[in-house]
Design a protein. Structure first.
Length: 79
């Protein structure tokens, strides 16, 4: 449930979680509410097995992968 109209929904859920002392759920709902108000992109990152992905070497640098994502300039049909 995303979009600016859903911000009150997430605020309501956050308040319910607060009243039930579910701190982790409260924080999650607050984060989602912030996201629908300010605009965020949620992604699911799936790492493929080495045989399927093609990577044959370790990550360079300090061992942390920092992907560079291009999310701009695309239409629904991929143009």
């Amino acid at each position: 449930m995303d979009g600016p109209g859903f911000a009150p929904f997430w605020e309501l859920l956050a308040e319910a979680a607060r009243q039930m002392m579910l701190d982790r759920s409260r924080r999650w709902c607050e984060w989602r509410g912030w996201g629908v108000r300010h605009g965020t992109v949620r992604v699911t990152l799936s790492l493929l097995q080495a045989e399927k992905a093609g990577r044959r070497t370790a990550f360079s640098g300090d061992g942390r992968l920092r992907p560079l994502w291009d999310i701009g300039g695309r239409t629904v049909d991929g143009e």
